[in-house]
Structures are given as structure tokens and as C-alpha cells.
Write a protein that binds this ligand. Structure first.
Ligand code: B1M
Length: 211
């Protein structure tokens, strides 16, 4: 890990947005690969925050400021993770399910999909099934991507799929799911068309479904 990546990592733990942005930029200027900065600096720092929360060293406010700092780094990386040259290959509606406020993983998946040429409509966090159905009626999307970070909210993915079925739209769209507690088996159980463990896998899955 380079010194700049270490400083970005430490900046997230301290919730220092400026330190994170500065050192992510520095790492890029030094020629470090964007994926390396993302994985070793930003994502691993959030994993560490999760551990500190579990061991009661961090509480919700610390998690929140760490998330803001992570987002400051992600914004610097965004153009590097995207490739504007590629043609639109499909349209994806993405949202974090009802009751769930975690948005970083969803945002990262959205950025990577855009980078792979997908047009992405971000429905935000705490997305009720009705909002997904309304958006599907308004946009001609190929894929709906659902994110959940809590064991308590992942069941709301099933509710979202049921609502799409009840609206008579299920055969027009593929529904894919992901997020830390979600598994391949769970995706099958709730009738999703696919599961992706991370943002790269989500891009691969979306491309496969489009073909
Ligand atoms: Co929360 N939180 N949180 N939190 N939080 C977790 C998820 C937790 C694991 C922490 C812990 O205990 N170790 C735990 C969940 C336990 C469980 O259910 N098993 C937890 C808890 C308990 C809570 C609260 C209940 C705490 C409380 O209030 N007592 C509360 C719930 C609020 C709510 O949602 N209703 C809460 C609140 C928050 C904050 C708001 C403070 C903040 C989020 C701020 C924000 O997002 N703007 C927060 C944070 C930051 C975390 C951790 C520390 C970090 C999450 C993150 O951003 N990771 C998290 C611990 C952890 O994950 N290590 C934790 C980085 C991100 C890049 O990874 O989101 O996993 P991730 O996304 C990945 C993959 O999962 C996948 O690709 C992404 C990129 O590779 N993926 C998809 C995600 N979505 C996908 C969709 C797809 C495909 C792939 O579509 C096809």
C-alpha cells in the first residue's frame, strides 16, 4: 500500500473528507491504479469501520462521518472509473430497498455500470416498491438492481419483486440483487434473475443479461 493510500484509509477512519480527497488525488497523480485506490484505500477502510462498530469502538455518528469521507474519495475516483467512450448498452434502475439507508455500495455499482456503458437511473435509498413500479412505468429499463445492507431489509427485496409482478411488469425486466448480506441462494429464493457480490460482478451480470 502506498503512503497516499494509507493516508486516504486513515482519513476515512477519522471522517476527514479533505484528507481523503487530497490523498486519493495524490495517489492518482502518482500513477496508482484507480481500482487499487478504491479497494485498498476506500473499501477496506469501510470494512474496518464496520469492525470498529461491531466492537463498540465506533457508533452511528462515526459511521456516518466515515461514509461522508469515503464519498469524497469516491467522487475524485468517479471519472477514472468511468469510460465515456462506450455506447449505451442498456438502462438500469438502481435503488437501496425500503428501510435501508446505506448508499455507498449502490452508488459504486451505479458508477461501474455507467462506466461499462449502461444508462443508470438512481432511485436513491429507502426505496418503496411503489417507487420502483412507478419508475419502471416511466422509464423503459432493461434491468432493476436492488441493494440491501441489513439482514432486516433484505427481505424487502422480495416485496419489491412481488410488486413488479403484481403490476404486470415482471416479464419486461430483469431484476438483480446484491449487498453484503445477500447471497446467490437468497436471490434464487426470492425469484431474482441474478446476484452480484460486488460492483464488478454486477457489471458482468448486467452485460450477460443484456446479451
Ligand atoms: Co450501517 N450497518 N447501519 N451504517 N454500516 C452495516 C451494514 C453493518 C454490517 C455494520 C456492522 O455491524 N458491522 C450492520 C448490519 C448488520 C446486519 O444487518 N447484518 C449495520 C447496522 C447494524 C446499521 C444500523 C442498524 C445501526 C444502528 O442504527 N444501530 C443503521 C441502519 C440504518 C438503516 O439503513 N435503516 C446503520 C446506519 C449506517 C449509516 C447511515 C451510519 C452508514 C451509511 C451511510 C451511507 O451509506 N451514506 C453506515 C455504514 C457506513 C455502514 C458500514 C460501516 C459500511 C457500509 C459501506 O458503505 N461499505 C457497514 C459495515 C460494512 O459493510 N463493512 C454497515 C462500503 C461499500 C462499498 O460496500 O455497501 O457492501 P457495500 O457494497 C458492495 C457490495 O455489497 C455490493 O457491491 C458493493 C461494491 O463492491 N453491492 C451490490 C451493494 N449493493 C449492490 C447491489 C447490486 C450488486 C452488488 O445490485 C445488483
Amino acid at each position: 500500500m502506498t503512503d497516499s493510500i494509507v493516508k486516504a484509509f486513515e482519513g476515512i477512519l477519522k471522517g476527514d473528507q479533505e484528507q481523503v480527497a487530497e490523498h486519493v488525488q495524490l495517489a492518482l497523480d502518482e500513477g496508482t491504479a484507480p481500482r487499487e485506490i478504491l479497494n485498498e484505500g476506500l473499501i477496506s477502510a469501510m470494512d474496518r469501520v464496520g469492525v470498529l462498530f461491531e466492537t463498540n469502538e465506533y457508533y452511528v455518528p462515526e459511521m456516518l462521518i466515515a461514509a461522508r469521507a469515503m464519498k469524497a474519495g469516491l467522487e475524485i475516483l468517479r471519472p477514472e472509473l468511468m469510460n465515456a467512450e462506450v455506447e449505451a448498452v442498456g438502462k438500469v434502475l438502481i435503488g437501496t430497498v425500503q428501510g435501508d439507508l446505506h448508499d455507498i455500495g449502490k452508488k459504486l455499482v451505479a458508477i461501474m455500470l455507467e462506466g461499462a456503458g449502461f444508462q443508470v437511473v438512481d432511485l436513491g435509498v429507502d426505496t418503496p416498491p411503489e417507487k420502483i413500479v412507478e419508475a419502471l412505468k416511466a422509464e423503459t429499463a432493461d434491468i432493476v438492481a436492488l441493494s440491501a445492507l441489513l439482514t432486516t431489509t433484505m427481505m424487502n427485496m422480495k416485496g419489491a419483486i412481488t410488486s413488479v409482478e403484481e403490476a404486470g411488469l415482471r416479464d419486461q425486466v430483469k431484476i438483480i440483487v446484491g449487498g453484503a448480506p445477500v447471497t446467490e441462494e437468497f436471490a434464487r429464493e426470492i425469484g431474482a434473475d441474478g446476484f452480484a457480490a460486488d460492483a464488478s460482478a454486477a457489471v458482468k451480470l448486467a452485460k450477460t443479461l443484456m446479451s
